[in-house]
Each structure stands twice: as structure tokens, then as C-alpha cells.
Design a protein around this ligand. Structure first.
Ligand code: ADP
Ligand code: MG
Length: 232
């Protein structure tokens, strides 16, 4: 009968099914792309059409990858990690795109930031999504500041501050809705996955912005309590 499953359970089920389907689509896509590249090399005329189809395939792949980050049915592993290392890895990863766009990323750490417990790859994906959005918001280049600070008890704040095009005030409450994008090649899935991943970490993701001035995305995460101090 109806009502046996809670709404949240139904949603979780739909998510798992979608993830399963996305996963299954990826393999045939990869083989289609391989054959297409082969044909492209073989038939030297009409190269533009091959290129077009290949770039459409890449787009399907991108949407599926962004979607799968979250919905991957494999087990999540939460481990103790230093934010410093995560941020360093992520900045290295996006730096090529930053340099190409004349963007410089500056990172500032307060001393003695405690360890966090996280699903490392998911959290890195969040930081990558936020930094990419920041870079894409500055078509004429500029600086991005990343600031990591301790908050009240057992919390850490990571702020990503850009000086880009900003977001209209009436749009801010709707950020995180799937497929909302203002970019020609956007998927509108980055923020949705980011919100979900931060929620899985019992954290908060806050966005404030001023049109034509810039955007600040703040991620607040719980840190590992310093129990040894309590016992001392
Ligand atoms: P995508 O980047 O594929 O468009 P996202 O979910 O990452 O999808 O972002 C959704 C939309 O939110 C973007 O298209 C953009 O309009 C807006 N946005 C997100 N971050 C920023 C930012 N730092 N500056 C300006 N706009 C932003
Ligand atoms: Mg994005």
C-alpha cells in the first residue's frame, strides 16, 4: 500500500536508481566515443561533424560524472583529514584553469586548524566546484581568496571569496536547484551536489553575493573535538 515508504526513502530510492542507470550509461558511452574517434581518423572528410558529435558525447559524460559524484552507490569512507592538505591538492588541480583565465588563488590559514572527519573525494569535489565557479565568474581575471578560520566550538569556516560578476539577489535563495545555469556549457549540477555533500558532513554552505562585485561561498564544517584537553 501507499505510505509504506517515507518521502525521504522514496527520494533515496530514486537517487540510487538514477545513479545505477548513470553508471550503466557510462560504459557504452565510452565505447561509442572510442569507435567514433576511430571513424574520425579513417574518414578524413566531414571532420566538423565528428567533432560536434564527440563534444556532445563529452557533455553527456560531464553531466553523468557530476551526477555520480553524489549518487555513487559505493560506500562512503569518512576519515580524519587536514583541511590544509585538501585545499592544497584542490588548488593544484584548478590552477591550470586559473592561470589560463588570469586568476590567482591566495590561501590564508589561521594557526592550529583542527582535523576534520570527511569523505575526502567528495569534499575535494565541493571545493573544486566552488573554485571553478569563482574562476568562471571572473572573465577578466583577478584574485580569489581562500580563508580558513576556526569558529566557535569545534567548527571551522572555509571562505572562497571572488571578485567576479556576482549573483542577482533574487537568485541566491534558489541556488542548489538542479540544472540552473547561466553558462553556455554549464550543467547546473555543481552547487546541488555541493550542498548535498556538505549536508552529509553535518556542515553548512552559505552563499552571499553582490552583483558586479563578487561572491563569497562559505563552507562550515565540524572539527574533531580536542577531547584530550577535556581529560587533562
Ligand atoms: P554551473 O557552474 O554548471 O553553471 P553550478 O551549480 O556550479 O552550475 O552553478 C549554478 C549557477 O550559479 C551558475 O551558472 C552561476 O550562474 C551561479 N554561480 C555559482 N557560483 C558563482 C560565483 N562564484 N559567481 C557568480 N555566479 C555563480
Ligand atoms: Mg559550476
Amino acid at each position: 500500500t501507499e505510505g509504506l515508504l517515507q518521502k525521504s526513502e522514496k527520494l533515496a530510492l530514486v537517487g540510487q536508481m538514477a545513479a545505477g542507470i548513470a553508471h550503466e550509461i557510462r560504459n557504452p558511452l565510452t565505447s561509442i566515443k572510442g569507435f567514433l574517434q576511430l571513424f574520425k581518423a579513417k574518414y578524413t572528410d566531414d571532420q566538423e561533424h565528428f567533432e560536434l558529435v564527440l563534444s556532445e558525447l563529452d557533455r553527456i559524460n560531464l553531466i553523468i560524472s557530476e551526477f555520480l559524484v553524489l549518487a555513487k552507490p559505493t560506500a562512503m569512507e569518512f576519515k580524519d583529514r587536514e583541511i590544509k592538505h585538501l585545499i592544497k591538492d584542490v588548488v593544484t588541480l584548478v590552477n591550470t584553469q586559473a592561470i589560463l583565465n588570469n586568476v590567482q588563488i591566495f590561501v590564508e590559514f589561521e594557526a592550529d586548524i583542527p582535523t576534520i572527519v570527511c569523505e575526502e573525494n567528495h569534499l575535494k569535489q565541493v571545493f573544486i566546484n566552488i573554485l571553478k565557479n569563482a574562476i568562471e565568474a571572473m572573465p577578466n581575471g583577478g584574485n580569489i581568496d581562500v580563508k580558513v578560520n576556526k569558529l566557535e566550538i569545534d567548527k571551522v569556516s572555509i571562505k572562497f571569496i571572488d571578485h567576479g560578476i556576482g549573483i542577482p539577489a533574487d537568485r541566491i535563495p534558489t541556488l542548489g536547484e538542479p540544472f540552473y545555469t547561466t553558462k553556455e556549457k554549464g550543467t547546473g549540477l555543481g552547487l546541488m551536489t555541493s550542498f548535498k555533500i556538505i549536508e552529509n558532513h553535518d556542515g553548512e554552505l552559505k552563499i552571499s553575493s553582490k552583483l558586479n562585485e563578487g561572491t563569497t561561498v562559505e563552507v562550515i564544517l565540524p572539527t574533531v573535538p580536542e577531547t584530550h584537553l577535556v581529560n587533562a
